[in-house]
Design a protein around this ligand. Structure first.
Ligand code: PMP
Length: 295
């Protein structure tokens, strides 16, 4: 059976799943999306993803033409149609078919589609040995231009930073904000770990005000770390905080947890994935495979 895509309330073969060249999602990157994952037949944090999707849509005044329960079922139906228990799920809501002008309100109805497929963000060996990244010169969009808290279909800001990384011979870039503080990776959030001689290690990740997406993996990892008795806080981080960290890792639905062991050619900590990163990575995999709730 050919692969199926859910498009505007219909499951159709992938090869027939197309949207108009007049769709404002294509013409202007006008839309929102979620990257979700299914593990062991369960959609991980489905409710959190759907909540963020509707919040992103509301922020750009895009009306999703379906109730949340309908989309929840559509995700399940798409997984089932493709006989998948484990998958990367891409749920997109574009502004829909319109005219060539910018006015989004001339688009009559949003286009909604759901793809279930595989995603491999980084090669496996980087998870074992650590990844080298750069700090991009391209800064993250300031919130007053396009808030990084909105998961919009307009990813050019991130793509420009990604190109810098690839040009430098690495696979990921850390983006700073307009104040020179650390924001996030091009498709992931960032944590640093600081060892404390007298106390438990401390995890720090930038606050939303630093210009980051409120990551669902970030929230999961923060909870797992707290449960493990580690201290977790949100604070502005400078590039120096990165170079002085004992460990750094990135988190995201596609990336999961990946250690960063070199930035701009300089080793972080011992230059190998650290103990806390490994501990949280193991805890994360246990959790995603065994957590029965979809919230
Ligand atoms: N930041 C950006 C820019 C992203 O694209 C993503 C991936 N959605 C993340 C952070 C991580 O978010 P999440 O853990 O919810 O996938």
């Amino acid at each position: 059976m050919s692969k199926q895509v859910w498009l505007n309330d219909e499951l159709i073969p992938t090869e027939n799943a197309s949207v108009s060249v007049f769709d404002h999602g294509l013409l202007y990157g006008d839309g929102v999306f979620e990257g979700i994952r299914a593990y062991n037949g369960r959609v991980f944090k489905m409710d959190s993803h759907l909540k963020r999707l509707y919040a992103s849509a509301a922020a750009i005044r895009l009306e999703i033409p379906y109730e949340v329960d309908k989309l929840r079922q559509a995700i399940r139906d798409t997984l089932k149609a493709n006989e998948r228990t484990d998958a990367y799920i891409r749920l997109c809501v574009t502004r829909g078919f319109g005219s060539l002008g910018l006015n989004p309100f001339l688009c009559k109805c949003a286009t909604v589609f759901i793809i279930t497929d595989d995603i491999k963000m980084f090669p496996r060996e980087l998870y074992d040995h650590g990844m080298e990244v750069i700090i991009a010169k391209t800064i993250r969009n300031p919130a007053a231009s396009l808030s990084p808290a909105i998961k919009s279909m307009n990813y050019l800001n991130n793509i420009l930073a990604k190109i810098e990384a690839i040009d430098a011979g690495v696979l990921e870039a850390i983006m700073l904000n307009d104040r020179g503080n650390v924001a996030e990776g091009t498709g992931d959030n960032l944590f640093i770990v600081r060892d404390n001689p007298q106390a438990k290690p401390e995890l720090v990740t930038p606050p939303v005000s630093a210009g980051v997406l409120e990551g669902i993996t970030l929230a999961t990892v923060a909870q797992l770390a707290t449960d493990a008795g580690l201290s977790v806080s949100r604070a502005d981080l400078t590039p120096d905080d990165l170079f002085n960290a004992n460990e750094i890792f990135l988190t995201g639905t596609a990336a999961e947890i990946i250690p960063v062991t070199k930035i701009d050619g300089k080793p972080i900590g011992t230059g190998s994935p650290g103990r806390i990163t490994r501990q949280l990575s193991n805890a994360f995999h246990d959790y995603v495979n065994n957590n029965v709730s979809e919230d």
